[in-house]
Design a protein around this ligand. Structure first.
Ligand code: C2E
Ligand code: CA
Ligand code: CA
Length: 776
């Protein structure tokens, strides 16, 4: 997953949750703060109200003592004066600051004696104002106060105060107890409420609730509040209770930002920060990384690493610089040969391609020399690899010197040298004017070998074979030019080594043929287009059929006259042989079983296997797999390996043969006599039979020849090591006689039978009467 995707997937949800949480917390604390502000303001207002109220009512509280004498007088006065006097008293009291609305006097039974109230408000007077006092009249002259608020008409607030009065006896009244009620209109509450409403809006609810009759002193106000659905405040004392409810909507209207605005602001901040983060990430990390990545992808080994180091101190810059340094190191390792310091094959190919396009552009000629040392293997085998390495180094130094620009005539051009593999070197001459110029350099290289190479006090006599291609005459493609030069070098070796060879039409034909064979073989492997022929092998004494040698045919190539002696080497050099060998073994075992089941055939099948199998780790497993798949008797299967297969790595080859033998198959050494097997080595080979090469058999008969002696020796040797012998290529009766006389066990050759196709083989095997033999 890309970094930005990861960030989006991990960081974005966290940012969103965090932002939502932040919005919630901010809004909540804003709201709480506002609620406390409102609470505080309301409480201040209510405290002021409380003060105003007590100021307003203070006069009323002082009145009773002051007016009791007047009241006595009024009660005692004649009825027609009473009302008037009471009004006059009220006016006087109001002038000194009270806000009295009316005064009433009651007798001890609760009957109204006199009232200043002409409009008849008194009906609204709370009953408590009089009741509790008439119940229990007696005691001190002015005692026991009753007081309280009540609402009159128009929802106006009034405050009353009542008390008992002892009226002295006069001539007219027997002396009585009476109740005085003073009623005052309260304005401060309404005024304050108006201001509160103005301050907090119409939705605000304010309620004043008088408490039931209060006697005694008024206690201090208590505040209670709750913040549910807005701000709710209750102020209460013994006389009244005020509740103020400011709804949530009023509070939210007073907030500096609404929830939507706040969310918008915070979201904008979050989005902008996020974009900045992504931008930073992009410019500081991602784009430098992708730039570096591009360079990494586009860097080819062998190219000069021309990526500049970065100056910045950022982590990405450090990564970049570390990469460049590593790349340079790797490039050296990957491009140059550790031993000689010359370019290696990979680097050479890059340089070669570069020079090719340069030459094409400016129209110059070049020459490529493919140099392979002759007999170098001999030095390695006999003096060790360290000596071999020193020789290669020495040679590479001489080679480098030989083409130094000052050393080489200008017409020879400049060169690129490389070590392509073990003892293979290439020399590319740029700006070559003629074939002669290339020839001169080749001659100069060969001359370097004339005096030999002195390594560790031993003068090693090695030479070189050189293949030369001219560019563009012989081609313009690097890969095929190298192949052509290699083929020309091979030709030089074929012609006797220590020489140079220009690439020519004949070599071109060879390469083309090889490529053609390879193409056909690939197709044949793919479609199983191979056929087997069977060359009978006979017992020398009885001339009975003892077995057959299986020979593979590729019909598509056979049409063009190409047999296995030509296509097998191609299959070996291209690695296709492994599949062919497995196909042949599988097919042979199938046919062998068929012959056994149908005709009671009990002879052996000799199957050729390639030398390449001796180095193929999978081969033993494949053979044993096929043996058990077909359930054949392993001793009836013989694998033929050519003697020359053992040239390199003898011990591992022998180990391999032992493993094969452990599965019960028998082994024969093919083309015996053509290799260099020392007789002592023969003992080590776990083989059962020797097949004397055809070339020796052809020399039999007539006068005793070199070849004839060779056959005698092989037969004697086989006798010594208790090996059986098959003679190949028997072409006449004389040869048969000679071999039979000297104890050769088996014979094969065109004289006895040429290779048979499947149908002919069947009829031959089914011919039981002749005991598989042929007429002599
Ligand atoms: P080889 O193993 O030496 O096979 C014998 C070759 O000699 C065969 O040629 C055969 O036709 C030929 N020959 C036999 N008797 C005579 C004779 O009396 N006179 C003459 N002039 N030739 C005779 P072929 O079939 O062309 O095979 C050539 C080589 O190809 C074989 O040599 C063997 O090395 C290789 N080969 C053939 N079949 C296979 C196979 O299935 N697998 C592998 N790996 N190699 C095979
Ligand atoms: Ca053979
Ligand atoms: Ca042979």
């Amino acid at each position: 997953m890309k970094l930005v995707q990861k960030i989006n997937l991990l960081l974005l949800p966290i940012i969103i949750v965090f932002a939502a949480f932040f919005i919630f917390v901010t809004y909540k604390s804003m709201l709480d703060y506002q609620k406390r502000q409102v609470q505080h303001t309301v409480e201040l207002q209510l405290e002021s109200l409380q003060r105003e109220l007590s100021n307003e009512l203070n006069y009323l509280k002082l009145i009773p003592l002051e007016v009791s004498t007047y009241l006595h007088a009024i009660i005692s006065a004649r009825a027609q004066y009473q009302n008037q006097s009471l009004q006059q008293l009220m006016v006087r009291l109001n002038q000194s600051g009270a806000n009295l609305q009316w005064i009433q006097l009651f007798d001890y039974k609760g009957n109204l004696l006199v009232s200043s109230d002409i409009e008849g408000h008194y009906s609204q007077l709370p009953v408590q104002a009089v009741e509790s006092m008439t119940d229990n009249l007696g005691g001190a002259p002015i005692v026991s106060l009753n007081a309280g608020f009540f609402f009159g008409g128009n929802q106006q607030l009034f405050y009353y105060r009542s008390y008992r009065l002892m009226v002295n006896k006069t001539q007219r009244s027997p002396g009585a107890r009476a109740v005085v009620v003073l009623v005052s209109r309260v304005d401060s509450v309404a005024n304050r409420f108006l201001r509160l409403t103005e301050q907090f809006g119409q939705l605000t609810e304010i309620k004043f609730e008088p408490r039931s009759v209060v006697t005694g002193s008024v206690n201090d106000a208590q505040f209670e509040h709750s913040f549910e659905d807005g701000v709710n405040i209750r102020m209460s004392n013994s006389e009244y209770q005020i509740t103020v409810a400011v709804p949530e909507s009023v509070i939210t209207d007073r907030l500096p930002y609404s929830l939507a605005e706040l969310s918008f602001f915070i979201s904008v901040v979050v989005v902008v920060s996020y974009l900045i983060l992504i931008g930073l990430l992009h410019f500081q990390v991602l784009s430098p990384i992708s730039l570096l990545l591009d360079k990494i992808k586009n860097t080819r080994f062998g190219d000069n690493v021309d990526i500049k180091q970065m100056k910045s101190k950022s982590e990405v810059a450090e990564l970049h610089n570390a990469y460049v340094i590593m790349l340079k190191k790797l490039n050296r390792l990957a491009s140059f040969d550790y031993l000689t310091g010359l370019s290696n094959r990979v680097n050479f190919q890059v340089q070669f391609e570069r020079q090719l396009s340069r030459a094409q552009r400016i129209g110059t000629k070049m020459a490529l020399l493919y140099i392979d040392l002759d007999n170098f293997k001999h030095v390695n085998d006999h003096f060790g690899h360290a000596t071999g390495d020193r020789l290669l180094k020495l040679f590479s130094e001489r080679l480098q010197k030989s083409i130094r620009p000052t050393d080489v005539a200008a017409s020879l051009g400049k060169g690129e040298i490389a070590r392509l593999a073990g003892d293979e070197f290439s020399l590319l001459l740029t700006d070559v004017e003629s074939i002669e110029a290339a020839e001169k350099v080749a001659a100069r290289v060969l001359k370097m070998f004339e005096s030999g190479f002195l390594v560790d006090g031993v003068n090693h006599n090695v030479q070189a074979s050189i293949g030369i291609v001219m560019i563009p005459d012989d081609g313009t493609d690097a890969q095929s030019l190298l192949q052509c030069a290699d083929a020309a070098m091979y030709q030089a070796k074929m012609k006797g080594k220590n020489r140079y060879q220009f690439y020519n039409q004949q070599i071109a034909g060879g390469i083309q043929k090889k490529q053609y064979i390879e193409k056909v073989l690939i197709k044949a492997i793919h479609h199983g287009h191979f056929v087997l022929e069977y060359m009978p092998i006979f017992e020398a004494k009885t001339r009975n059929l003892a077995g057959v040698e299986v020979l593979v045919r590729c019909p598509a190539l056979a049409n063009k006259g190409i047999g296995p002696d030509e296509f097998i080497p191609v299959a070996e050099s291209t690695g296709l042989i492994k599949e062919i060998d497995v196909w042949v073994i599988n097919e042979s075992l199938t046919r062998m079983n068929y012959l056994t089941d149908k005709y009671g055939f009990n002879g052996f099948f000799a199957i050729n296997i390639s030398a390449a199998e001796l180095h193929n780790r999978e081969f033993v497993g494949q053979v044993s797999g096929l043996l058990s798949k077909h359930q054949v008797e392993p001793s009836r299967v013989e694998l033929e390996i050519t003697e020359t297969s053992f040239v390199d790595n003898m011990s591992s080859s022998i180990e391999m043969l032992k493993q094969l033998k452990s599965h019960g198959v028998s082994l024969s050494l093919d083309d015996f006599g053509t290799g260099y097997t020392a007789f002592s080595q023969l003992m080590e080979f776990p083989v059962d039979r020797l097949k004397i090469d055809r070339s020796f058999i052809q020399g039999l008969g007539g006068s005793a020849s070199q070849k004839q002696r060779m056959v005698d020796i092989v037969l004697a040797l086989a006798d010594l090591y208790q090996l059986e012998v098959i003679a190949e290529g028997v072409e006449n009766e004389e040869q048969i006689q000679y071999l039979k006389d000297r104890g050769c066990e088996y014979l094969q050759g065109y004289y006895l039978s040429s290779p048979l196709n499947w149908d002919v083989l069947q009829s031959r095997v089914s011919d039981n009467d002749s005991k598989h033999s042929i007429p002599s």
